[in-house]
Design a protein around this ligand. Structure first.
Ligand SMILES: [Zn+2]
Length: 371
């Protein structure tokens, strides 16, 4: 689902704008045009774009702090309620998550402080009416940065306050339980917001729905990860799949591709040890550039991420994500290939979990809560 436009890349992170954010800008522009004319509309647009910049700087507060802990961020998306930095993973060390979460609001504290001291902004004029055009732009920005700090510290996902709350709870209750508690508090906050929205401001209802969904999905992701944590990889890996040998010709490999529904083929030597990996795209490319008589050994990728059969599914996922390989090979104690974990394994786990009756977790390897 792509409701976002890419607008550029900063320090390795793609900046995207969600369509609802653009609609939000357009709506505000149109509303102020209708109310007070063109000059007011342009003033408001300039203000919103500066606000957008403050939100972006806030997100880069998270992104650079995360990077200090070795976590990269492929995407940051701007939504009407703020930005969402999609960290490659969330560190489960509570203090690291705490620092990453708090770094965003701290950026806005710094911006507000700079505007008030160096920029000469004051809060008095803004306090009388933040919607007025006669309020200087810098004053409004100072006020809105203070608002951003307070808003982001609302203790609900996806706001930073939700993560701060989880980090504080996690040191006491553990990560999974802390997420459940934080998500429940977040959903309660969403109800309260929605209630106020009904009475005072329809925008609050949108925020409430958003917060509610985000809390559920955060809870779901963490649950999924925690289920994969205790699972031996040997219980969830693919065990029936075709393999190729380095000596095989590319056209034989194409035959295998057509005869199976597999997308990734491990290449094994005579002893059954994985020596390479070839996926559908690589195979088609080899057919085009090297021709059907070329050997699989010439076409395969030599990087073969491998895990032992005694490791956990969670560990295998981590290797899959870190190496960005199409599949992870599972080997026995002698180094022989016995299984395969691909991103489809993850999708299947999610499907299984959704198909399970409420209260039951994860199929054959699952345990009932409390059992
Ligand atoms: Zn934030």
């Amino acid at each position: 689902m792509s409701w976002s436009l890419n607008i550029g890349k900063v320090a390795g992170t793609v900046v995207r704008i969600h369509l609802t954010f653009l609609l939000f800008l357009a709506w505000i522009f149109a509303a102020s045009y209708a109310q007070a004319g063109a000059a007011s509309a342009w003033y408001t647009l300039a203000y919103l774009l500066l606000l957008f910049l403050c939100v972006l700087l806030h997100e880069f507060g998270h992104i650079f702090t995360a990077r200090a802990f070795g976590v990269t961020t492929p995407y940051v998306t701007l939504l009407p309620i703020g930005g969402v930095a999609q960290l490659e993973r969330i560190p489960e060390e509570p203090w690291q998550e705490f620092l990453i979460a708090i770094a965003g609001p701290l950026v806005n504290v710094v911006i507000a402080a700079l505007l008030l001291t160096v920029g000469g902004a004051t809060l008095e004029s803004a306090a009388t009416g933040v919607d007025r055009m006669n309020v200087p732009l810098l004053d409004r920005l100072a006020v809105v940065n203070i608002f951003l700090v307070l808003f982001n510290l609302i203790p609900a996902f996806p706001m930073d306050g939700g993560r701060v709350l989880r980090a504080l709870l996690a040191s006491r209750f553990g990560y999974v339980r802390a997420t459940e508690i934080a998500a429940a508090i977040g959903q309660f906050v969403a109800f309260v917001l929605g209630f106020f929205g009904l009475m005072y401001n329809p925008i609050l209802i949108f925020i409430a729905i958003f917060v509610y969904l985000a809390a559920s999905s955060e809870s779901h992701m963490v649950a999924l990860r925690s289920v994969s944590r205790g699972v031996p990889v040997s219980h969830a890996m693919m065990t029936r799949f075709a393999t190729l040998t380095p000596e095989a010709h590319v056209d034989e490999a194409i035959q295998t591709l057509l005869a199976t529904s597999q997308g990734e083929f491990p290449v094994v030597d005579g002893a059954g040890k994985p020596v390479g990996l070839l996926d559908r795209a690589g195979l088609v490319r080899a057919l085009k550039t090297l021709g059907p008589d070329a050997r699989v050994g010439q076409a395969m990728g030599e990087v073969v991420p491998t895990v032992s059969q005694r490791t956990t599914l969670e560990q295998a996922f981590k290797v899959l994500q870190d190496t960005r390989a199409p599949a992870v090979s599972v080997v026995d104690a002698g180094g022989k290939l016995i299984g395969l974990v691909t991103s489809e394994t993850i999708a299947e786990m999610m499907m299984l979990q959704n198909a399970m009756p409420q209260g039951l977790s994860m199929g054959p390897w699952g345990r009932r809560p409390g059992a």
